[in-house]
Design a protein around this ligand. Structure first.
Ligand code: ATP
Length: 225
């Protein structure tokens, strides 16, 4: 179940947003995708999920093209958060769980587990718009993982969260990971990647400047700790 990107390029008109990117993420690995604003992280994720076509190159998971819209095996936290503000958190999560192929009873169980794990069970009956942005983000992370995807793509999951919630999210992701899922997340911050990932890539203006095992990358930059 390897996620494989081979020489992937995306152009918007004559602007190249992703330029000949290759990487592979083996089953069960956590891969950090680092880059500044505009580096091409979201564009890459959208191509991985089949939401955007690459101009060149191939993206496969377990040898096949991915379609997020039709595969319940995929979980995705989009950078542009998209919860319905007027809907109650619980109704929203159950709706999204069912959309990802879950039976209602399983969705209810998973929702209760993750609301608890993220320390927000009290919000189940509140409208999304009544929650702080950080808590809305936690709800959206729950929506991405409650159906137990085998491949989880998180676009900047830590952005906008205070340090306490960053720690909570990290530990929840590590718990989720025990199910053996492959996880790729983007970030601006090396410390998040160092703490969670075995492997990473760094992209800059669409070009991949680093790709590999965390230990090897640190060694090549002269950092041993
Ligand atoms: P951020 O950290 O700010 O989210 P990112 O690494 O996710 O950045 P992308 O959103 O992938 O970066 O954008 C990469 C580049 O491609 C940017 O310069 C962006 O303006 C451009 N881009 C993205 N989508 C489009 C589009 N639909 N049309 C034209 N240009 C686009």
């Amino acid at each position: 179940m390897t996620l494989l990107l081979e020489h992937v390029t995306k152009r918007f008109g004559d602007f190249t947003a992703v330029d000949d990117l290759s990487l592979s993420v083996a089953e069960g690995m956590m891969h950090g995708f680092l880059g500044a604003n505009g580096a091409g992280k979201t564009t890459t994720f959208r191509m991985v999920l089949g939401l955007l076509n690459a101009n060149e190159g191939q993206i496969t998971w377990n040898g096949k093209t991915i379609s997020y819209e039709t595969s319940p095996q995929i979980g995705y936290l989009p950078e542009e958060r998209g919860l319905y503000p007027k809907m109650k958190v619980g109704d929203q999560l159950l709706f999204l769980g069912e959309l990802r192929g879950m039976k209602k009873a399983d969705a209810k169980k998973a929702m209760a587990h993750w609301l608890d794990r993220f320390e927000v069970p009290q919000y189940e009956h509140k409208k999304v718009e009544e929650l702080s942005k950080g808590n809305q983000q936690k709800i959206q992370v729950i929506a991405a993982l409650m159906h137990d995807p085998k491949l989880l793509i998180l676009d900047e999951p830590f952005s906008g969260l205070d340090p306490v919630n960053v720690e909570m999210l990290k530990s929840a992701i590590l718990d989720f990971r025990k199910n053996g899922a492959t996880i790729v997340f983007s970030s601006h911050r090396m410390d998040h990647v160092e703490e969670l990932c075995e492997q990473l890539s760094i992209v800059h203006k669409g070009k991949q400047i680093v790709n590999g095992n965390l230990k090897d990358v640190k060694r090549s930059f002269g950092r041993q700790n």
